[in-house]
Ligand binder design. Structure first.
Ligand code: ADP
Ligand code: MG
Length: 270
């Protein structure tokens, strides 16, 4: 279980807290969406989750182990993986193969296990055949697939996506999200940080970060209520309503928690 307990954070000691009294939990296997406007502190939450930033007060814990205690950080960072938006900034090696071996080798795994994992993630992310290429020579989309592969090769229990696919074209973004859905089904917990309400489609529950505080947790049957809030926040445009409506019609399960008629009326008015 990943837990935030009364977490406060600010980058400058003189400022008001950027985040105040943040409380939430991410349980094994959950898929939670964290929504919020630009600058609301979403990336800061991502960094607090795996100990890249430490709370000024309160605590972040993984299975009861605090990020505030340095001896816990190796354990926490190997289980809580963070995938950002800018793949180039995360590249550390000179070939795709080395890039994928880097993390598992640091975990001290033997060569056979490392090679097995690398082969699995190359397959999953469809990067087979690019092993010898330099990561810099890959396209932006291929680089982001490589970064996804390099977090999956660690076999994380918790995966934090920090607007990871928001710069990609919609087709590739959807493809990568389908990999995320697959690994979530295999038991990996996902915190999907986004400013796009369409990401609700994949989520069991959702939170809104606003003015440094988190909303209550909205379950799927409360997403309509959340959409009202997102609308008031200006996070939903008429276009995204239409798209959401179309996407929600894809499965009968999605129809259950939304009333398409009331959404349609809203679109007509917009
Ligand atoms: N390293 C930093 N130093 C100082 N201020 C920062 C730093 N990183 C982010 N901030 C500020 O903190 C606020 C929240 O940033 P961030 O967590 O990146 O928000 P989001 O991911 O929701 O866009 C912003 O006002 C941003 O300018
Ligand atoms: Mg951010």
């Amino acid at each position: 279980m990943l837990e935030f307990k009364q977490v406060e954070y600010s980058y400058k000691s003189t400022d008001d807290m950027l985040l105040s009294h943040i409380n939430f939990t991410l349980a094994p296997g959950e898929f939670v969406c964290l929504l919020g406007k630009n600058g609301s502190g979403k990336s800061t939450i991502a960094k607090l989750a795996n100990g890249l930033r430490l709370p000024l007060s309160g605590e972040v814990l993984l299975d009861g182990k605090k990020t505030l205690e340095p001896q816990n950080l190796f354990h926490i960072r190997s289980r809580v993986q963070l995938l950002g938006q800018d793949p180039a900034s995360q590249i550390v090696s000179s070939t795709v193969f080395e890039e994928l071996c880097f993390g598992p080798c640091n975990l001290g795994l033997d060569e056979t296990e490392v090679k097995k994992r690398v082969a699995q993630v190359l397959e999953l992310t469809e990067l087979n055949g690019l092993e010898k290429r330099s990561p810099e020579s890959l396209s932006g989309g291929e680089q982001q697939r490589l970064m996804l592969a390099s977090v999956l090769v660690m076999k994380p229990e918790y995966l934090i996506l920090d607007e990871s696919f928001s710069m990609l074209d919609p087709v590739l973004a959807k493809k990568l999200m389908s990999i995320i859905v697959k690994i979530n089904k295999s038991g990996v917990a996902i915190l999907n940080i986004s400013h796009n309400p369409q990401d609700l489609i994949y989520s069991d529950s959702a939170l809104l970060l606003k003015e440094g505080t988190l909303s209550k947790t909205f379950k799927r049957d409360e997403f309509r209520e959340l959409l009202e809030l997102l609308d008031a926040e200006g996070l939903i445009t008429p276009g995204s309503y239409t798209k959401l409506l179309m996407d929600l019609k894809l499965t009968p399960q999605d129809e259950i928690f939304m009333n398409p008629e009331s959404l349609a009326k809203k679109i007509m008015k917009a």
